[in-house]
Design a protein around this ligand. Structure first.
Ligand SMILES: Nc1ncnc2c1ncn2[C@@H]1O[C@H](COP(=O)(O)OP(=O)(O)O)[C@@H](O)[C@H]1O
Ligand SMILES: [Mg+2]
Length: 451
């Protein structure tokens, strides 16, 4: 008797499968997206190496830093936690045109110059287009190039060419015959990522995949890819500005929230040696509503300018607009100021901006923002050689934050003379050659800021 064909209903959008048809996909909530598939019609999956060996943890060699590949691009090595780890799958995300393909070509070129075999597969551009970019960037070295969008073809090419490093540009153009949905859909992207993960671990080669950011700001839909890969790097920054920030969102082999700063030039992405200078470069010293905040990004201190504009509002609901800062945090700080400093902001529009396009999520930014608001409100500038940091609580108290020493040292390095910060633990040594004001409540601020 012939074997009965089994039916499976698969969502075209997200790859969810069910044994019965459903009008609405419970996974991605899209309507009428389930289509019938017969399990016998499925092609056999192409085998990629599977490691079934069981190890004894004690017998394994410790992975030392020497086993990482150094690219020679310091900012890139930094975000990876000190270089590329063999067998890792790294997702490079960002908006179109931000410089993902440029960075990958530059990295591959550096590695090929060190004698490694590098393979770049692109489903987005033709070999000629890639050659034009490579010529513009002055790329040298032997880069193997394959323009293909079928997953099986990529796997086969890797098996044939045995590269030391693979870059796939982009994961959204990869298409597997085994998955019954369109390229770029969640099902395809997930299938391609897990195949590439198998490939990376099987062949012990690092693989970079480029991922586009959807309109909602997530990589390939609702964070679907992030847990599938080892490392997630995300390109931030305004495309209209020259500098780009590469941020580690997740890293199994190094610290997260690390950032690398690059400047986009005709000749490609260039490392920025002293980023604090970059963020403070265009600062106007004598304007009210601006303070300097020594923030910590990953393990690195950075001086950034926080700006606030407090204006009379003519709207029933005054505006609270933020760029680079959490708007809920702004609402909280506004309430704290009104309650404890006895000034009314209910009829004021408040605009907040972190100069240079950096996004700040540290609570230590509370105090510098609050000072910028006060400065704009009273229309009196804060001394331009002052750094401010500290967390503000609901009762107006100022709480200590981590890495005070790192912040102060970076400020000193850039010639800053004054610091307003939370009260230190008593046994801690205060920094020399700097005036340090330690405060524990925001009521101390007005006298201190505008003397
Ligand atoms: N002479 C140039 N020609 C084209 N692009 C340039 C040139 N100089 C700088 N660029 C930058 O290169 C960017 C394209 O980078 P690309 O790596 O293709 O981005 P992605 O792969 O992230 O879409 C452009 O947005 C532009 O900022
Ligand atoms: Mg590209």
């Amino acid at each position: 008797m012939p074997k009965e064909k089994k039916s499976l209903f698969v969502c075209k959008n997200c790859g969810f499968s069910s044994v019965k048809w459903l009008g609405r996909c419970p996974e991605c909530d899209s309507w009428d997206s389930l289509v019938e598939r017969h399990s016998q019609s499925r092609k056999k999956r192409q085998d990629h190496p599977v490691n079934q060996h069981v190890y004894n943890l004690d017998d394994l060699e410790t992975r030392t830093e020497q086993t990482r590949f150094q690219t020679g691009i310091g900012e890139f090595d930094r975000v990876l936690g000190g270089g590329i780890v063999p067998g890792s799958l790294v997702l490079l995300g960002g908006e179109p045109g931000i410089g993902k393909s440029t960075l990958l070509l530059q990295v591959l070129s550096k590695l090929s110059n060190r004698g490694l075999t590098v393979l770049y597969t692109s489903g987005e551009e033709s070999p000629e287009q890639i050659k034009i970019r490579a010529s513009r960037l002055g790329i040298e070295g032997k880069i193997l190039l394959a323009c293909m969008s079928e997953l099986e073809a990529v796997l086969q090419t890797v098996a044939d060419k045995q590269p030391d490093i693979l870059a796939v540009d982009s994961i959204h153009t990869l298409y597997s015959q085994d998955v019954n949905s369109l390229p770029g859909s969640l099902g395809q992207v997930k299938a391609a990522s897990s195949s590439l993960m198998g490939l990376a671990k099987g062949f012990k080669i690092p693989i970079f995949i480029v991922g586009h950011v959807t309109k909602e700001g997530a990589i390939a839909g609702p964070k679907a890819l992030e847990h599938l890969v080892d490392t997630v790097l995300y390109f931030e920054g305004d495309r209209t500005q020259a500098f780009r920030i590469l941020r580690t969102v997740k890293n199994r082999f190094g610290p997260t929230h690390e950032i690398g700063i690059f400047e986009m030039k005709d000749s490609g992405l260039e490392e920025v040696a002293s980023p604090s200078n970059l963020f403070l470069e265009h600062r106007n010293n004598s304007v009210a509503g601006s303070t300097i905040f020594p923030c910590i990004e990953g393990t690195r201190p950075l001086l950034v300018e926080i700006q606030a504009l407090v204006n009379q509002s003519y709207l029933a609901l005054p505006r609270r607009t933020t760029a680079g800062f959490d708007s809920n945090r702004l609402a909280l700080l506004t309430a704290v100021v009104e309650k404890h400093l006895d000034i009314s902001l209910f009829d004021k529009d408040i605009f907040v901006n972190v100069a240079g396009g950096l996004k700040i999520s540290e609570p230590a930014a509370d105090l510098p923002l609050l000072c910028a608001i006060l400065s704009s409100f009273y229309d009196r500038p804060v001394d331009h050689s002052t750094v401010i940091f500290g967390e503000v609580g609901l009762t107006g108290e100022i709480r200590p934050v981590s890495h005070s020493d790192l912040r102060i040292n970076e400020a000193k390095r850039l010639g800053i003379k004054k610091c307003i910060m939370p009260a230190y633990a008593k046994d801690k040594q205060l920094p020399q050659d700097m005036t340090v004001a330690q405060i524990n409540h925001i009521t101390q601020l007005p006298d201190l800021l505008f003397d």
